[in-house]
Design a protein around this ligand. Structure first.
Ligand SMILES: [Zn+2]
Length: 297
């Protein structure tokens, strides 16, 4: 990004970062941009809202946080972007940059930092049948290519925001999802950390979409079993694994609370449960923080 004017950053109480633009290009109406984070102190694995005020209504806003692109949408009289801090990101100070483009060749840039607090994840020791862990070469190839297909999907950003308002639980009951971020040791060997939260529920329990979105994938994969992935737009995906059945098809538009399938134990599962995950522009985030996010708009 080429700055149109230099910016000075001042940290105010309450985590409010005020950006005072200097060397102002007179054509730019927004001489004051303010950025606020919700929650004010995000942790590793959290989703956060980056709230921006002061950008003109007709401006295009682009930006990056810690190397990941931001996708802003109109929100509560200003703009917001969902930011995911991946479960394996290092805690500490992460830089962000914004470019506010009023028209061709007329850009205002701003930058700052957000501190990501550390979080301790549990270590989970599991014993599984060796056939589910030590894969033969053909199964290994299958699992790798399925994993790549999912990662490609998570990095595909639909430019339209489909979700609105708060997120709902994917299954009934009140118990929290468990095991997000757990560093897994399976049959004595360290494996990939657990990228979602597991909800215990009997087989056949309805599973619902947590917000409005489009069904991006319905598949039968080796580790996730029968799965549904929902694209909520702007880089947000939610995932529902180990399903007994899926009652939606790829391309369907689903509403918050709409049944998409039932709990099962397909794929690598020790018993019936829902594995629920959420990704933001490829960052694996704690879905509980998505459900708790105080969304007003
Ligand atoms: Zn799981």
């Amino acid at each position: 990004m080429t700055p149109a004017g230099s910016t000075r950053l001042r940290l105010l109480p309450g985590g409010l970062l005020l950006i005072l633009a200097l060397a102002v290009d007179t054509a730019v109406a927004a001489d004051r941009l303010s950025v606020r984070w919700q929650p004010a102190k995000p942790r590793v694995g959290d989703v956060a809202l980056m709230l921006l005020r002061g950008a003109p209504d007709d401006a295009t806003v682009e930006g990056m946080v810690d190397g990941r692109p931001l996708t802003f949408f109109p929100y509560a009289g200003g703009r917001a972007a969902l930011v995911g801090f991946d479960l394996e990101v290092k805690a500490g100070v992460k830089p962000w940059r914004l470019a506010v483009l009023v028209r061709e060749g007329d850009a205002r840039t701003a930058s700052g930092k957000v501190r990501v607090a550390p979080r301790t994840f549990p270590v989970q020791r599991l014993s599984l049948p060796s056939g589910m862990v030590d894969l033969d070469p053909e199964t290994e190839r299958r699992a790798v290519s399925e994993g790549e297909r999912l990662r490609t999907l998570y990095r595909t950003i639909t430019p339209e925001r489909l979700w609105r308002g708060p997120f709902t639980r994917p299954v009934g009951g009140t118990g929290p999802g468990t095991g997000f971020g757990a560093r897994r040791v399976i049959n004595g060997k360290p494996r990939m950390p657990h990228g979602g939260a597991d909800y215990a529920a009997p087989a056949g329990t309805p599973v619902v979409a947590v917000n409005t979105g489009r069904v991006a994938l319905v598949a039968d994969f080796f580790f996730p079993g029968r799965l549904v992935a929902i694209d909520h737009g702007l880089g947000l995906y939610t995932l529902y694994f180990h399903l007994e059945s899926a009652v939606v098809s790829q391309g369907d538009l689903v509403e918050r609370g709409q049944t998409i399938g039932t709990v099962g134990a397909t794929g690598r599962a020790t018993g019936p449960h829902l594995h629920f995950g959420a990704h933001i522009v490829g960052a694996r985030i704690d879905p509980a923080t998505l459900l708790e996010l105080g969304v007003r708009d």
